[in-house]
Design a protein around this ligand. Sequence first.
Ligand SMILES: Cc1ncc(COP(=O)(O)O)c(C=O)c1O
Length: 404
Amino acid sequence: MHRLRGRVPFWDPVIDEIDGRRIRVGDHWLIDFASCNYLGLDLEPEIMAAVPEYLARWGTHPSWCRLVGNPRLFTELEQALAELLGAEDTLLFPTVSHIHFSVLPALAGAGAVFVELRAHHTIHEGARMASTRGARVIRFREENLPGLARKLAASDRNPKVICVDGVNSMTGNGPPLAELTELARAYDALLYIDDAHGFGVLGERSADELSPYGSRGNGTVRHLGGDYDGLVLVGGLSKAYSSLLAFVACPPEIRHFLRIAAGPYTYSGPPPVASFATAQAGLRFNAIRGDVRRADLYRRTSRVLDGIHALGLETRNETGFPIIEVPLADPDLIEPLGTFLFNRGILATMVPYPIVPRRETGFRISVTAANTDAEIEELLRVIAAAADRFPLRRAADGPETGDG
Ligand SMILES: Cc1ncc(COP(=O)(O)O)c(C=O)c1O
């Protein structure tokens, strides 16, 4: 992975300018299918317009760590998020990574952290930090829940925390929430879910929903019909809400504990005021136009998925979530494939080993509501050309087994 840096155009590029979802790198224009600004709120004029008033009231940056001074910006947003989620309480941090690196070790203490193998890298890092404080880290696969049950039964450590992604950042798929909840309850474990991607896109189901993403974008737990009993939901606003903020949804007693035990509350600076402005404006937008925007996102994503299926290519996406990974049969061709896509004007997220297992090396497309239909058609033309030239994995090949 490190050898790609500086050697190939698609790795670590400097972006000089944006124009909608088109970006300029030097004198080369590309269409951006790597952003996770799913709802397109980063480009929404009414959200940008919310910033100056906040800056006039609060300055650019509060600068206090929260323990020293809590601008009302925090508590207002925490309340608004709790209401949207239908959770008892929330606690804000700057990023999801801050939460995994501090909240997870605090919750785990000297107990046991059960981490799903495919969970995001930052959860694994958080688990490693928990292990330096005495917790035992045990890995499991979501496909093998009886295996997890055996590991839970065999562990005499307490507390027990089970960590999974809400929406996996490579497959776009969700966890088996009902089964995990049952196991967590049976073994008195806390279920810890990273919903960095799902929050803002997926939401509660209803008969009159405008798309299979559900309504209100209030997160994976509501989408899958779960509740917050014995569950800590970690959500981010840096993807669907295009704002640097993240939250933990948890009961008041855990919130109180985290204010003392999670380092960033005491030691880290706050997110910028502009992020509070765009988050609040985003929530107002969500209440009025969010479902229509999500229906549009679903339609655009379905077009990409249909195109990929029509080409006979494999993708693990089973949900229609706007994350679509296309694997390469020969992982050693990642460099020429990435260069091909880049030169043909597509910015995708290239995912080499060890970001994913070797057999899943490929590229990831993330679709946003701000990608135009014409951009999506161009994407499909370039993928078709890539499929002619590179051994992209075919759906007919079937999944491989082994650890890669
Ligand atoms: C599933 C998941 N968790 C956590 C993160 C890190 O989030 P943050 O940028 O808020 O630290 C990401 C970032 O892409 C992610 O995809």
